[in-house]
Design a protein around this ligand. Structure first.
Ligand code: LLP
Length: 419
C-alpha cells in the first residue's frame, strides 16, 4: 500500500488525512489513491518496454467512472464482461477499439451493442456463442473480430471460487475443441479471427501456472499455424496476485519479464488483463467502531463496525484476509485484545476480519486495507443498506467520486401493486 502512509501516528492517503475524509464524507467509505492506480498501471506498461502489448484493465475489479477515466487518460485498454461494463468504459472515454469482451453468457443485446460501437475483440467461449455472434454480425453488415478463450486446464493454486482455468470450470473451450472451432470460424462470413486468449484465475502468487498455460497455448498456436490459421495477438488474461497479508507475489515487472522470456520468439502482440494487481492496494475501506461486545465462550471481543459484508464481501465469500488497522494509533496503549471485526448484517458470515489483535473503543476509525479491488464493485444493498461513498485522493486534494446512496434512491424504482 505504497501511497498510504503513517504520519505522526495517523494514516494518510497520499497527503490527505483519512480522519479528515471520514469527518467530511462519513463512514463507511472507500478511499482510493490516484497516484497508486497510475503507478501500478505504469509498472505493467513499462515492464513491456518496446515489446508490442496492450494492457486491458479488468473493469470488474473497480468500475467507478473516475477510476476508469484515469486509465482511459493513460490510453489503456479494458477487459469487460457485461453490457454494463461496456457502457461504463464508453462513458469514461475509453477507446472502444481497445476493449476486450470476455464472459460465458454474452446476450444478443450485449453482442449487438459491442459490434455497433466497434469493440476491439470479443473473446468467444463456446460454439453456440460463435454462431450467435456470426449471425448478429452478418445482420449488422459487420465482421466481428474474435479470439477464442481456451481453458488450458492449469491449476492456479488459488481459492477454488476464483480458479477459472481448470477443465471442470465453466470458462472457455478445451484446447482440442479450440482447433475445430478456429477452423469452423475461419469459414464464417461474420467472423474475423484475430487472437487466442486464456485467463486461469485470480490472486495467483507464483509464476508457474502462467508459464504452464503459455506453453500449452503456444503449442496450440503452432498447430493452428500448420492448419493455415494465423493469430496476431495472445491474451494472457489477468490474475496476478497481491500482498494482502504475507503473500509474496511476483512484481508486475518480474511477471512481465517471465512472460516475455517465453514469448520473445513469437511475433504475437501480448495482451494482459490485470485488475486486482492494479487496484487492490490503491484503496482502503474506512469504517467506524459502533460497539464492543464480549464474546460468551472465548477470550475474545466483537468489534461491531458500521461496514458490513454488503460493502466488502471478500471475507464472507472467500474467507479472505484483509489487514485491519486503526487510522489513529494510540501511543499510550500497550494492551492488546482479540477481536472479531463484524458488521451489523443478520448473517454469521458478516465478518470483515477474525481474531485480530488490537485495542479498540467505540467510535474508533479503522481502515480495511487492500480494498481497492473487488470491494465496492461487489457491494450490494443487502439488508437495505445504502451503498457507501467512494473518494479519490489526488496529492493533497480529495474528491467524492460517488456519494453515499440515500434511502430514497434505494427505493425510487420500486412500486407497490395498485390494488
Ligand atoms: N480477465 C478475466 C477474463 C477475468 O475473469 C478476470 C477476473 C480478470 C481478467 C482479472 O483478474 P485479476 O487480475 O483481478 O485477478 N471477486 C474475486 C476475484 C474474481 C476474479 C474474476 N475474474 C475476489 O475478490 O478475489
Amino acid at each position: 500500500m505504497d501511497y498510504f502512509k503513517l504520519n505522526n501516528y495517523e494514516w494518510f492517503a497520499e497527503d490527505v488525512s483519512l480522519c479528515t475524509i471520514a469527518k467530511e464524507v462519513g463512514t463507511p467509505c472507500y478511499v482510493y489513491s490516484r497516484a497508486a492506480l497510475e503507478n501500478k498501471w505504469h509498472a505493467f506498461d513499462k515492464a513491456f518496454n518496446n515489446y508490442p502489448h496492450q494492457i486491458n484493465y479488468a473493469v470488474k475489479a473497480n468500475s467507478n467512472l473516475a477510476v476508469l477515466n484515469i486509465f482511459a487518460r493513460l490510453n489503456s485498454g479494458f477487459d469487460i464482461v457485461s453490457g454494463g461494463e461496456l457502457e461504463r468504459v464508453l462513458k469514461a472515454n475509453g477507446n472502444p477499439e481497445k476493449i476486450i469482451f470476455s464472459g460465458v453468457g454474452k446476450t444478443i443485446d450485449e453482442l449487438t451493442k459491442a459490434l455497433q460501437v466497434g469493440i476491439g475483440c470479443i473473446n468467444v467461449e463456446s460454439e453456440a456463442e460463435l454462431l450467435r455472434l456470426n449471425e448478429i454480425a452478418i445482420n449488422l453488415g459487420k465482421k466481428a473480430t474474435i479470439a477464442f478463450r481456451v481453458n488450458p486446464d492449469v491449476d492456479p493454486k488459488s481459492h477454488p471460487y476464483i480458479s477459472t482455468g481448470l477443465k471442470e470450470n465453466k470458462f472457455g473451450v478445451s484446447i482440442l475443441e479450440a482447433k475445430t472451432l478456429y477452423q469452423q470460424a475461419s469459414k464464417l462470413k461474420g467472423i474475423k479471427i484475430q487472437g487466442l486468449a486464456f485467463h486461469i484465475g485470480s490472486q495467483i502468487t507464483s509464476l508457474e501456472p502462467f508459464l504452464e498455460a503459455i506453453d500449452k497455448v503456444l503449442e496450440l498456436n503452432q498447430d493452428l499455424n500448420r492448419m493455415g490459421i494465423a493469430i496476431s495477438h495472445l491474451n494472457l488474461g489477468g490474475g496476478l496476485g497481491v500482498c494482502y497479508h504475507a503473500e509474496m507475489p511476483p512484481t508486475p515487472s518480474a511477471y512481465v519479464s517471465a512472460l516475455l522470456a517465453k514469448l520473445q520468439q513469437t511475433d504475437l502482440v501480448i495482451h494482459i488483463e490485470p485488475g486486482r494487481a492494479i487496484t487492490a492496494n490503491a484503496g482502503v475501506l474506512l469504517t467506524r467502531v459502533e460497539y464492543i461486545k464480549k464474546q460468551e465462550l472465548k477470550d475474545r471481543y466483537f468489534a461491531i463496525v458500521d461496514a458490513a459484508m454488503n460493502d466488502l464481501l471478500r471475507p464472507a465469500l472467500y474467507e479472505a484476509w484483509q489487514d485491519i488497522v486503526p487510522v489513529k494509533l494510540r501511543h499510550n496503549e500497550t494492551t492488546l485484545y482479540n477481536y472479531d471485526i463484524v458488521g451489523p448484517i443478520c448473517e454469521t458470515a458478516d465478518f470483515l476480519g477474525k481474531d485480530r489483535s488490537l485495542f479498540l473503543e467505540p467510535n474508533d476509525l479503522l481502515m480495511i486495507c487492500s480494498a481497492g479491488a473487488y470491494g465496492f464493485s461487489m457491494s450490494s444493498n443487502y439488508n437495505s443498506r445504502p451503498r457507501v461513498a467512494e473518494v479519490m485522493v489526488d496529492n493533497n486534494n480529495f474528491y467524492t467520486i460517488r456519494p453515499r446512496e440515500d434511502l430514497t434512491e434505494l427505493m425510487k424504482t420500486e412500486m407497490m401493486l395498485p390494488f
